[in-house]
Write a protein that binds this ligand. Sequence first.
Ligand SMILES: *Cc1c(COP(=O)(O)O)cnc(C)c1O
Length: 398
Amino acid sequence: MSRYLMNTYARLPVAFTRGEGVWLWDTEGRRYLDAVAGVAVCGIGHAHPRLAQALCQQAQTLIHTSNLYRVPLQEQLAERLCALSGMDNAFFCNSGAEANEAAIKLARLYGHRKGIETPIIIVMERAFHGRTMATLTATGNRKVQAGFEPLLGGFARVPYNDIRAVEQVGEHNRNVVAVLVEPFQGEGGVQVPEATYLERLRAVCDRFGWLLMLDEVQCGIGRTGQWFAFQHTRMLPDVITLAKGLGSGVPVGACLARGAAAEVFKPGTHGSTFGGGPLACTAALTTLAVIDEERLLENAAGIGRLMLESFQERFSGIAGVVEVRGQGLMIGIELNRPCQELVQWAMESGVLINVTADNVIRLLPPLIITREQARQVVDTVVSVVTRFLSNEARKTWS
Ligand SMILES: *Cc1c(COP(=O)(O)O)cnc(C)c1O
């Protein structure tokens, strides 16, 4: 580990030098099946030739001009994202946290325009929205916040998947202006709410005049088998935030808005030097084109269902496995004990997996994954989990 890097990550002792599709090769030439995809970033796989070519060409043409001028690729990307999502306009930035910062600022400004001096945004327990001061305050995880006090004011927290709790805040607090929520929680342990949750949230927001703001940074861009996770329902949010899968690893984030929310920002109210530059927009436009042309939504939905069903089948009745859940290629396997060491075990078997919220195995494979490759992930995970649970049992008996 380099002493020249700030100590912000407990990194695994492996480095990759090359990728192709779902595969990564390390410095020793060992090959791994990447079922993390750079944390839901590399949806179209590593080193997609079409993306590589588009980026090369754009780099040779124009990388940056700033938002002092029109950026035609940014206008194209905004139009495409609006067509896919039903939103009216877009603001571009460089990360998920920044996309959520934009949404938080938008909601506060929306409140001030309505004469609310201290606007409040309802956020959820176990939520993850980023590491900037506003987004770590919105995050529902003390570990993310501890040591960074004073946190920001202007947030009220309720349990996830609990409509009544949201209504109760509204009944007691006239300053609420918005709800910020992940359609499926990622870092919080791949939490899947009731199927009607978003639609009922929409109804509550309409009743109180609040904005419904969806953090689709992780679950958006095809991850769950639809372009956006809210498209599993029949409602439209007011604001959507995107990042991870949007640029296939080239940093790009977006805050999309609709209706009154789309009219909030004016020149001078928000901005970003790098946001929506030609290179990032090329990455995003190419990513969207590849998802479309390679029919990756269908693939994510179909392979995701297969994986979920085989896990459910093979783990049924196994003591220690609490639940298998997910949507599309966002899959969580909750164990009844912390299981971080499984990451190392699976890596030794040639598969990259992730563990989040201490005891939830999280799989976020590239959207291009084939049946065969999905079977390899399932076989490896079932095998390491089985070994892990029996080892643990032996430990407690001895
Ligand atoms: C990763 C993530 C973020 C933060 O994105 P960064 O690009 O790391 O700032 C925000 N929200 C959700 C749901 C995420 O998964």
